[in-house]
Design a protein around this ligand. Sequence first.
Ligand code: PGA
Length: 250
Amino acid sequence: MRKPLMAGNWKMNKTVPEAINVVKSLKSAVASVSGVEILICPAFTALYAVSDEIKGSNISLGAQNLFWEAKGAFTGEISLEMLKDAGCSYVIIGHSERRQHFGETDETVNKKTKAALAAGIIPVVCVGETLKEREDNVTFKVIEKQVRVGLSGISPQQASLAVIAYEPVWAIGTGKTATPDQAQEVHSFVRKIYEQMYKESAEKVRILYGGSVNPNNVSDLMKKTDIDGGLVGGASLEAESFAKLVEYSK
Ligand code: PGA
């Protein structure tokens, strides 16, 4: 069965001392959790220090972006080797904020996804429709293209390892969560598309829901068959609320 994954996306928040503070409390708060994989994705500058702090714990480390080239004249970019060196085993790719503010497309998402998998880092590939797209009834069309292009050209084994995050753009940071039924509808659609692309890998791929997930709504979302975890922004910034999220089933 798919092991649930609860991922914290800290976005552009926290200095190194602030990150370490949260991680220290989180570590002890979730020390006894074993049924859920726990992932935190701090800013680049805090990765190395956080990686040291979580050594030997049940918390994994991820980055929020990468560049697909190995090295060279790409000012301001970060390679996969650098992420591995900093202790990352996951990387978020194509978050809607990167698509919206930094011009990322399904094609760049695909390059990043392939590069991450080739380097042995698990990509968390984000997809999701805007409010306008939902209102225009093109949600499924948009999601299908994001999945088909963003995750194309990988091996079946890589397809099982990858993680997909469905994050309706209108639900991110707005306090408006998709209802569990709305989310499940899209999650099962994503799995169906994935099945057409990668056959039995579709049963193994974890599909996270993201968008205003909090300790109060997490259990209802997690009851849905095709929701395998959460990608959490705001509620992952404090150890107490993220620990509650991780322990959703208790
Ligand atoms: P939110 O962010 O939980 O603050 O809505 C989720 C995300 O952007 O990954």
